[in-house]
Design a protein around this ligand. Structure first.
Ligand code: ATP
Ligand code: MN
Length: 466
């Protein structure tokens, strides 16, 4: 068989008609009449299909009858200008090879039910839909852009451990890692004897790579981590996963202003990258799920994020309550803001992304730099429309005495943190960092409203399939 090399559908759609081409992919739909069939073929390289025109006289009837939605085929033929609307070119089939049939009755991905809720029940197959194809390609583009952004700035990609003995910040409940036989746990003096465990101590999956990130930043200056993070928080919300990916840059010689500048530049860069490189997928998602998506993406680019203190934020929210606005959760100085409060500030009050700073020390982690008032710490949260918190960060406490003071005050163990405290003991420097939840970013960029739909294999309470 004299076949040209395979061209991806994405490239075929922009190719000059006239040439002989080979396409391979999965059948999305087949329609037509006795004389001619039209097959919409997709290979995952783009949300768009290439149309295959089949003159039924040239092919075995039995072969054509097996070409149903989901079947995989190779098609060889000439690329011709399309007469129908909707596509510039199509393939006039000369040769068709069937790789795999697909039972049209049993195939879980049917046109008649593509609701996201249904697709979650067939999550092993949902990646084949246009929706998840778009999400996966955007997810990839964002991962690439993240590495590019930091690489271009000279940051070092630091791999921090997934198995750890430290609870970074009490950020969330941890998944314990053990090789002990749970039906026969070794005991010593009435307590679990962790010396018999694999690492000889109690270990867990990481909730954040930050503390190790600080070791890197105080060595090579600017680092970022990008890896999986695990939190056993039993919160079944559309914004929380038990296993999610986090990007955590950490920078020596950055104060909180530098930190905020970097965070703002970073998310704007990523949104711009998506607009520049993922327009087909964004348009698809915009049309199908969220017709304000592209508009919303553009809206965060042209403006400066509004920077206000937590205390100012609380005043605005209290004023809103006095004006009759109803929140589900109460709001007053000292409480952690709920997503509804964050969204009020962003969507209703300022109508732009907001960076909230200087939180009460009691609601933030021990390592944040204490302000002169002794009450607040130099944290910063970036709040986005539709999402609420997308980034959490801070300037870190650089003073050995103050850091030890906070550790004691919170009743934490200094002994377990000696390795971390050493960064303040030996050549301490002002430094800052933040954490961007990768899936929170993807919620914003794709316009999806449930975090389970922006990760291929979500892990949530009572759900760890595959
Ligand atoms: P939230 O209050 O929304 O639970 P957090 O304060 O626990 O967030 P941090 O500990 O500051 O979050 O983590 C940094 C970032 O990681 C957050 O800004 C968010 O983007 C993301 N993140 C945190 N928890 C989760 C989760 N369970 N699933 C997905 N992303 C998360
Ligand atoms: Mn949380």
């Amino acid at each position: 068989m004299d076949r040209p090399v395979r061209t991806k559908v994405k490239d075929l759609l922009h190719s000059e008609p006239g040439q002989k081409v080979l396409a391979k992919g999965w059948v999305r739909t087949k329609r037509g009449n006795k004389q001619v069939k039209f097959i919409a073929l997709n290979d995952g390289s783009t949300v768009n299909n290439i149309q295959i025109v089949v003159n039924t006289e040239l092919f075995d009837e039995n072969l054509l009858s097996q070409i149903t939605t989901g079947a995989s085929i190779a098609v060889c033929g000439h690329l011709v200008a399309s007469v129908g609307s909707g596509q510039a070119v199509e393939i006039q089939a000369e040769e068709i090879e069937l790789y795999g049939t697909c039972d049209p009755v049993r195939y879980p991905i049917q046109k008649k039910d593509t609701s996201l809720e249904y697709l979650r029940t067939v999550a092993h197959m949902r990646l084949r839909t246009n929706t998840f194809g778009a999400v996966l390609r955007i997810r990839h583009a964002m991962a690439f852009a993240i590495h590019k952004f930091f690489n271009d700035k000279g940051f070092v990609y630091l791999n921090t451990p997934l198995i750890t003995e430290s609870d970074a910040e009490g950020a969330g409940d941890m998944f314990q890692v053990t090789t002990m036989d749970l039906a026969n746990i070794p005991m010593h003096g009435g307590k679990v004897d962790f010396s018999k465990d694999f690492f000889g101590k109690k270990t867990s999956l990481t909730v954040s790579g930050q503390l190790e990130g600080e070791l890197g930043a105080t060595a090579v200056g600017e680092i970022y981590t990008f890896g999986p993070t695990f939190r056993a928080e039993n919160s079944n919300t559309p914004r929380h996963l038990a296993e999610f990916w986090m990007i955590e840059p950490e920078m020596a010689f950055y104060d909180i202003q530098d930190d905020m500048d970097l965070a703002e530049e970073f998310v704007k860069y990523l949104v711009q990258y998506a607009l520049d490189n993922c327009m087909d997928d964004l348009s698809f998602l915009n049309d199908k799920y969220d017709n304000g998506l592209i508009e919303r993406l553009r809206s965060v680019l042209g403006i400066e994020f509004r920077r206000v203190t937590y205390t100012e934020g609380i005043e605005i929210l209290e004023e809103a309550v006095r004006g009759g606005h109803q929140f589900e959760y109460p709001v007053h100085w000292g409480t952690d803001l709920q997503s509804e409060h964050e969204r009020y500030l962003v969507e209703t009050h300022f109508q732009r992304p907001v960076i909230l700073t200087d939180f009460p020390k009691d609601i933030k982690a021990f390592y944040m730099k204490l302000n002169d008032d002794g009450k607040t710490v130099r944290g910063m949260d970036v709040l986005f429309p539709k999402i609420g918190e997308i980034i959490g960060g801070s300037e870190r406490e650089a003073s050995l005495e103050k850091l030890e003071g906070r550790i004691d005050e919170l009743g934490m163990s200094r002994k377990n943190l000696e390795w971390y405290i050493d960064t303040r003991r030996y050549g301490t420097v002002p430094h800052s960092g933040f954490g961007l939840g990768f899936e929170r970013l993807l919620l914003f960029v794709t316009g999806m409203s449930n975090i389970r739909d922006v990760i291929p294999f979500p892990r949530t309470p009572k759900n760890a399939e595959f």
